[in-house]
Structure formats: structure tokens, C-alpha cells
Design a protein around this ligand. Sequence first.
Ligand code: ADP
Length: 169
Amino acid sequence: AAAVPAAVYMLQDQEAHAAEMERTFIAIKPDGVQRGLISEIVNRFERKGYKLVAIKLIVPSKEFAQKHYHDLKERPFFNGLCDFLSSGPVLAMVWEGEGVIKYGRKLIGATDPQKSEPGTIRGDLAVVVGRNIIHGSDGPETAKDEIALWFEPKELVSYTSNEEKWIYG
Ligand code: ADP
């Protein structure tokens, strides 16, 4: 049989792996930005093997914060939470990878830093629930909605990283 060039196998692998790809919305909240934790947090996602496909620093308006947290509008802390999110720069990001939505939440840790395991972002770097430094989408639908809320399609950058063949095999 004619030899199949290695490049064809690689293409098939990449297509298979592209089908598994998902994207999640991750934001470093104003407390994380003010505390100089951007590089620490980005580093954890990068080292894991996830790919950054969008990033920007913005100060959201209160109305925007209310849209982002609309699911929580009946909660007593909603108003304070929206005031807080709009109180300073937020680093908004989209990260891509297999299982990144669910595993990204694991990297982040429990909502209340006092219940987050050591080794997680909130476990290692935050103390109270009202200042838990980072947001991550909690499921595929939320991820889709939050990416669409924070980013325009043209801000999402699709590219192949040279490391992918070592991360996914
Ligand atoms: P998560 O951010 O882990 O997905 P939730 O969606 O339940 O958690 O809550 C959104 C955000 O609201 C939390 O990250 C936290 O900043 C804030 N929050 C949640 N519970 C409380 C609380 N009891 N008091 C103050 N802020 C809270």
C-alpha cells in the first residue's frame, strides 16, 4: 500500500482534537488585578496546556456587571457584587482546550475560598467569598453566553500552537 505521509496523520489527529475543543470565559476580577495576580493566574492556565484565544482589560459598567451576573439577581449580595465587578479593571479572557470548562473550575476552586482546596487559585490566593479574585463559566451554555457578552467574534483568535502535538499527542 502507498505510504500515507506523516503530515496526513497529523492532520487527522488535529481534526479529531479540534472536534473535542471547547472554550470557556475566565475573568480576573478587580481584586485580582489590583493585587498583581494577573501573571500568576494566567500562568496556571498556560502551564496546564490551555490556549489563550482572547484577552482584554476593561472596566465594566454596573449595567454590564448586572448582565454578566443576571442569574444571581435575586441573591442578597447581587448589588454589592455588581458594584464590585464594575469598581476597576477586569481582565477578560477566553481559554480553549479539551475539558477546559469543567477543569478550569477545578483550577479555580470552590466559590468560597475558605472551602477551596490548597493548590487551587482561590485556595492559594484568596480569603473571603466577596473577594475571590476570579470568575469561570460554570457550564457549556454559560460559557457560550459569557463569551458572547464579553467579546465580539473578531476578538477571538483561532490559531495552532506548536505545543498542541505534545499536549494532545
Ligand atoms: P462562582 O463564581 O464560583 O461561579 P457563584 O456563581 O455562586 O459562584 O457566585 C458568583 C460570585 O458571587 C462569586 O464568585 C462571589 O464573588 C459572589 N458571591 C457568591 N456568594 C456570595 C456571598 N455569600 N457573599 C458575597 N458574595 C458572594
